[in-house]
Each structure stands twice: as C-alpha cells, then as structure tokens.
Design a protein around this ligand. Structure first.
Ligand SMILES: NC(=O)c1ccc[n+]([C@@H]2O[C@H](COP(=O)([O-])OP(=O)(O)OC[C@H]3O[C@@H](n4cnc5c(N)ncnc54)[C@H](O)[C@@H]3O)[C@@H](O)[C@H]2O)c1
Ligand SMILES: *[C@@H]1O[C@H](CO)[C@@H](O)[C@H](O)[C@H]1NC(C)=O
Length: 431
C-alpha cells in the first residue's frame, strides 16, 4: 500500500539538489533564504509522510491482525474470477478449510461441475503446512483461489461477501483431531466455537443469505453403545473436547436457523480417508511408519477388544457434501431478519461397515508389500471412542447418498497417492 509514496518520496531531495546547483547568482543571501525555505518544506513533507505511513501501519496492524495477505485490485479480480459460475443454475460457494483434506476435494468437485468456488484457509501448522500449500497449488491449477485468512477475521469475511453474492457456504475449517485437545484446548475454542460464530454472523447479515452446510462429526455420539448411530440418538456424552465443540456447533447453528432463518445442514462425517489425507490420522501415520520400518502403535479397548471405525472414502464424502448443498433449500432471512422457516438438517455421512483397526493394518501391509511392526497397547483415556458405525438411511432418503468404496479399494488409492506424493515411486526399493 505505501508503495506510491515510497516511490515518489526519494525524488524530492534529488530535485532539491538540482535547484541548489542553479543558485549561483548575485543575490546570494536571497537564494540561500529560498533554499532553506525549500529545505524546511521538504522536512515538513518528510515528517508528514512518515507520520501518515506509521498511522497507516498502525491501523493495518489492528484490522489485519490475522493475515496481511489479502486486499488490492488484483486480489479482488482473482476472487471474482474464482467465484464465477460456469453452468446454468450453478451456485457460488465459499469453502472454508479449502486447503484441508476434505475442503480440497469438495472445492475441486464443485469447480469441475461448473460452480463458483472461493476457498478460505489460515494454513495453520497443526499438521505439515507444506501439504496444505501443495493442495492449494492443485486448486489454483484448477482455477480455485484459496484466500489466506482466519475465520475470526470478520473484516475479511465481510469483504468477501461484499464482493461475491455467495449462494452457499461449505464450512469445513476446524481444529480437527481428538488427542491434540489435551495439548492445545484453546485452538478448538478459537476455530470451532469463536470462528463458527464469526462466520455465522456474516452469513446472517449477508443479502442474500447463503445456505450453510458444515462439518460436524461422528464423535458427537461419544460414549453411545447402541449401533448403528442414528441422527436421533443422544449426543450429550462427548468423550473429548473436540466432540464437545462439534456438539456445541450443532446447537449454535440451530440458534442461527431459529432466529435469523439461515438454512443449516450439519454433516456428521465418519473417519474420512483417501488421497491428500490428513497426516495426523492413524491410516496415514501407519503408512509412514510401515514404510520407514518403524513400529506402529495399535490401541485396544476394554476387555482387549479391537477398536473399529466406519472408515469412509473421500469420494463418497464429497458426493454427500454436494448432495447436501444441492438440497439445502433457501435461507429465509434478509439483513439479519427471519421471514419464514428455513431447514435445519443433520445427516450421518458414513460407510455403514465398520472395520477393526488390525484389519486396516493387514490391508496396508498388503498394498505396501511391507510387514508392520505392531505394538499393541491398551487405549489411554484420551478421547478416542471404541467404535463408530453410521446409520445413513436419512441421507439416503434425502439425496440418495450411497457410499460405493470399500476400505480395501479406498486404501489402494490412498497408498498409490502416498507413494507418488512422497516420491517413493522414483526410488529403487523402499527404505
Ligand atoms: N477427516 C475426518 O475424518 C473428519 C471426521 C469428522 C469430521 N471432520 C470435520 O471435517 C472438516 C474437514 O476436516 P479435514 O479432515 O479436511 O481437516 P483438515 O484439518 O485437513 O482441514 C481443515 C482446514 O481448516 C483450516 N482451518 C482451521 N482453523 C481455521 C480457522 N480458524 N480459519 C481458517 N481456516 C482454518 C486448516 O488450516 C485446515 O486446512 C473439519 O471440520 C473436521 O472437524 C473430519
Ligand atoms: C436408521 O435410522 C432410521 C431413521 O433415519 C430408523 O428408522 C432406522 O430404524 C435405523 N436403522 C437401524 C438399523 O437402526
């Protein structure tokens, strides 16, 4: 921003010198007087510019506390291009967490079918940010811009809604992971509670109001032992802070539906895996350790029972997200006032066939052609639940959700991606 002033500013003393060179005449004292007047003027201008610039940066450091990487004519052009709809009846979607695992896949799928997409992500370092940067490059190459900024930056959100009349928000940004909450509890409050409210505030005031589809989690079923998990089951006994913030999100979005008429769809994802996945998840770190010849830790529940998860392949989750967006209906408010009844919906998105973790390891061993060094230990009380199993009949009924990829097939695709992304294919043998 200060570039214009900075470019003009150094030319002033230069001009001044030239003037002084021509001041060889008889009225020396007068010339001296005029030169010193100019000198004073120049000093005054310097002081003015410096104070303007420092005031400007003071203002900026307030409003751009979260990130300074947005703004400007070029940037606005990129945002508008990215949001451009290329099919009739298409939507323009703000995808939060777009540099994340699910966000990348959903953004690509929307763009490929002709919808407008603008991504938002803060590129935090909860896991290797270079993977997030690589996903961003992939999105860029498909014409999707990922704006670098935080959900809590209300000014940035307002600016985006100023420029683009988003019809939908696909809210995937969050502090994910169950165990990390014991290390950094505030990051969950920052992104999953404060960030969510910040986003909903902007959505409710936008005209038109967008329909909001967001990622809750199967973890809200907590310590339930009635399987499969159905949307109507109790969700009031979370086993982790992560689960508690997702449950809070379901209640918070409900109030925005009730008071302001925002169309809300909450999706309870069940252990999503696949290419470009998250390094903090077990299938990913198992793969890394097996390839590096390091032992893997497999947890066992009460009475030595194996843990089981309803692993869901990313492409199936993407279909569920698009199905939700397509059927989300309209928000019924304008300028923060509710007019009619907007939908409030919750769906399980799972695979409906839980697999025990040791079986997952067997499959990985086969695909990697390397034996795992298994270290089996009793599960510490760190928030993990013993099993998950989705009843998906609600999503099936509403938008024909039907997962089609089993764990064997999905892990094969994941392993193929992993080997190529981390360069194993170019090496002789595996270390
Ligand atoms: N992957 C799963 O198995 C799973 C299961 C249940 C629920 N979910 C939920 O689905 C969503 C997507 O999960 P994912 O696996 O893609 O996780 P991810 O961590 O890969 O993606 C989340 C992205 O959000 C960004 N982000 C976090 N806080 C932010 C903030 N305050 N402002 C802006 N950006 C922020 C992160 O940088 C990250 O890129 C999350 O809400 C997660 O809780 C995922
Ligand atoms: C699955 O959920 C539906 C409600 O959506 C319910 O009618 C059905 O009984 C549930 N199925 C099982 C096996 O629990």
């Amino acid at each position: 921003m200060p570039s214009l002033e900075e470019e003009l500013f150094p030319s002033t003393p230069g001009k001044f010198k030239i003037d002084r060179g021509h001041s060889m005449n008889r009225q020396f004292h007068r010339c001296f007087a005029s030169t010193s007047t100019m000198f004073l003027w120049a000093l005054f201008l310097i002081a003015l510019t410096v104070s303007y610039l420092s005031f400007q940066s003071f203002v900026d450091s307030g409003s751009r506390y979260f990130s300074a990487s947005w703004g400007g004519i070029q940037w606005e052009k990129q945002v508008r291009n990215s949001a451009q709809i290329h099919r009739s009846g298409g939507m323009s979607v703000l995808v939060t967490g777009a540099a994340g695992f699910v966000g990348t896949h959903v953004s690509l799928a929307l763009k490929k079918r002709g919808d407008g997409v603008v991504g938002l992500d803060n590129f935090n370092n909860y896991y290797d940010p270079s993977l997030k940067r690589a996903r961003k490059s992939l999105l860029n190459s498909h014409g999707v811009l990922v704006v670098e900024g935080d959900l809590n930056d209300g000014k940035l959100l307002a600016k985006l809604f100023d420029m683009v009349a988003f019809t939908h928000v696909m809210h995937l940004a969050a502090q994910a992971g169950v165990r990390y909450a014991m290390e950094n509890p505030n990051s969950y409050v920052h992104s999953n509670i404060a960030g969510l409210v910040s986003l909903l505030e902007v959505c409710k005031s936008a005209n038109p109001q967008p329909a909001v589809v967001w990622a809750s989690s199967s973890s809200v079923y907590g310590l339930n032992d009635k399987v499969p998990f159905s949307e109507a089951d109790r969700t009031d006994q979370p086993a982790s802070l992560y689960a508690a913030t997702k449950k809070a999100g379901e209640e918070i979005t409900h109030t925005y539906n009730h008071i302001y008429g925002l169309s809300i769809t909450g999706l309870r994802f069940f252990t999503v895996y696949g290419p470009w996945g998250r390094p903090d998840m077990a299938y990913f770190s198992f793969t890394r350790n097996i390839l590096q010849g390091k032992p893997i830790t497999i947890y066992r529940g009460k009475n030595r029972a194996d843990l089981a998860r309803d692993f869901t392949y990313i492409d199936d989750i993407v279909k569920g997200c698009l199905g939700s967006l397509d059927t989300s209906g309209k928000s019924t408010g304008t300028g923060g006032k509710k007019k009619g009844n907007a939908p409030y919906r919750i769906f399980n998105l799972g695979n409906t066939s839980p697999v025990k973790v040791p079986v997952l390891v067997n499959i990985l061993e086969r695909h990697l052609k390397v034996k795992a060094k298994r270290n089996i230990v009793d599960m510490p009380g760190n928030g993990d639940v013993p099993f998950t199993h989705a009843n998906i009949s609600h999503a099936q009924r509403e938008f024909g959700y039907k997962p089609t990829t089993d764990l064997q097939t999905g892990l094969k695709k994941f392993v193929r991606w992993y080997l190529s992304y981390y360069g194993y294919n170019n090496r002789k043998g595996l270390q």
